[in-house]
Design a protein around this ligand. Structure first.
Ligand SMILES: O=C(O)CCC(=O)C(=O)O
Ligand SMILES: [Fe+2]
Length: 192
């Protein structure tokens, strides 16, 4: 197990592959700007509850979500600005945003890889974090299942290559110690 969090606030590059692997970039956005974006999304995003099938039963996912297509949907204004900056920093033509709202440490996302069938191969997935710091766990699908823990601080970007989704799962485990809310914005390239 790798305790990447010991090196918090430093760029980290735990996983390498031909498409950039998995990278953590802290402090891409300033704290006060992140607080404004958080407030805008908290109040103004089109939050939904979603359900998913688990063991043949429909269960509510333990977080709220909202989805936007850049250039098609009307985005909250600061989110539009954030999207422009993320496209610029990573030089990738992101055209979709998936927001997640974790109300407190009881909310989570189970280990998964992002579905690739509607994403453009070779283009990264970038997760912007706002609000409470939460720990992401990344785990190799192949034995012996190497794993990494990365503290996702507000203002950071976690960048995962398209290829990494074949070989690693990621998730945000529940954390009873977290009482504040976190919002993440996952930028992807759908290309349709
Ligand atoms: O909230 C996060 O940091 C991860 C979200 C995620 O994995 C997803 O939206 O697919
Ligand atoms: Fe994901």
């Amino acid at each position: 197990m790798h305790q990447a969090s010991l090196f918090a606030a430093q760029p980290q590059h735990p996983i390498l592959d031909a498409e950039g692997g998995v990278r953590y970039l802290p402090d891409v956005f300033a704290p006060d700007w992140c607080a404004r974006l958080f407030a805008e999304l908290w109040d103004g995003a089109a939050w939904n509850s979603e359900q998913r099938l688990m063991y043949e039963r429909l269960v509510e996912v333990p977080r709220r979500v909202a989805r936007y297509r850049i250039g098609r949907d009307r985005l909250p204004p600061l989110l539009e600005t954030a999207a422009g900056r993320v496209r610029e920093v990573l030089a990738a033509p992101f055209d979709s945003i998936g927001l997640n709202l974790y109300r407190d440490g009881r909310d989570s996302v189970a280990p998964h890889n992002d579905k690739l069938h509607d994403l453009v191969p070779g283009q990264p997935i970038a997760v912007l974090s706002l609000g409470a710091t939460r720990r992401m766990t990344i785990r190799a699908k192949r034995k012996p299942h190497a794993s990494w823990h990365i503290e996702l601080e507000p203002g950071s970007l976690l960048v995962m290559s398209h290829a990494s989704q074949h070989h690693y799962d990621h998730g945000i485990p529940k954390d009873p110690g977290v009482t504040d809310a976190r919002i993440s914005a996952a930028f992807r390239v759908r290309g349709d």
